[in-house]
Design a protein around this ligand. Structure first.
Ligand code: ADP
Ligand code: MG
Length: 236
């Protein structure tokens, strides 16, 4: 497969980073997607690479000598790589999003975003100010203005950094189907988080966060099935 996208030629990854990816990382990295509804499993990550995050499709790692870039590698058999490359191509440059410097062989080299996912903020009890939510709203409007469809925007795909909001995962932004996740998260933020969690600085254990995630999924698939029955149209 050729290089699919290399728009930021001036920011293309240094030769040493690409060598490390091809010679160290890719030959020995072991990742698998056990269940597409849960984060992938990283069984082996060669030294000195560091794991930054795991999604349902891919692992995100960085090399300590090149801390400003991350490498996102799709687990074998997980779809979406080509689409993600296309989304970055359409998105261009915006401070609330990452940028793609290089894409080939099922991996992307992306600009590193510093921050904490809102999911982890809940676990750590870090206060999430309104500005974060407003920044993400603006960023999603920008994505829409570029012909994209914000999709799958949930607590693990958005981050907070120095009081500002960032969108870390745009891989599903080509899907035109409506997705209510961000609106639902915002409702929960204004109705529950701001009045209760924010002033009390409550921390939420991962077990509870995971339970909320699973209940939300059950609730949405129930709502979807009801809509299917009543409208005869498959909803998302
Ligand atoms: N550009 C980035 N900079 C820093 N961390 C990132 C970046 N992209 C992803 N991550 C981290 O990796 C995690 C998984 O990445 P994500 O793109 O959401 O994968 P997936 O498409 O599998 O859901 C994110 O939740 C975030 O913690
Ligand atoms: Mg994700």
């Amino acid at each position: 497969m050729g290089v699919r996208y290399l728009s930021n030629m001036d920011k293309s990854p240094p030769k040493q980073l690409l060598e490390s990816i091809y010679q160290q990382l890719l030959p020995s990295l072991q990742i698998e997607s056990v269940n597409p509804r849960n984060p992938i499993k990283v069984s082996y990550l060669p030294e000195p690479w560091q794991l930054l995050g795991k999604g349902n499709y891919a692992a995100v790692v960085y090399h300590p000598n090149h801390p400003e870039s991350v490498v996102k590698i799709y687990a074998p058999g997980r779809p979406g790589y080509e689409e993600e490359v296309e989304v970055y191509h359409r998105l261009g440059s915006h401070p609330a999003f990452s940028e793609c410097f290089y894409a080939k062989d099922a991996f992307l080299v992306l600009k590193r975003l510093y921050g904490t996912t809102l999911y982890d903020c809940m676990y750590l009890g870090l206060p999430i100010p309104k500005q974060v939510i407003q920044d993400i709203d603006k960023a999603l409007d920008y994505a829409q203005s570029r012909g994209l469809h914000p999709h799958d925007v949930h607590g693990r795909n958005v981050m907070m950094h120095e009081g500002k909001g960032l969108v870390v995962d745009i891989s599903d932004f080509l899907h035109p189907e409506a997705c209510s996740k961000w609106n639902d998260l915002k409702k929960a933020y204004y109705c529950l988080y701001l009045p209760v969690f924010y002033p009390l600085r409550l921390r939420v254990p991962y077990s509870v966060l995971d339970m909320i995630r699973k209940c939300y999924r059950l609730g949405t698939s129930f709502k979807t099935s009801c809509l299917d029955i009543f409208t005869g149209v498959k909803q998302w």
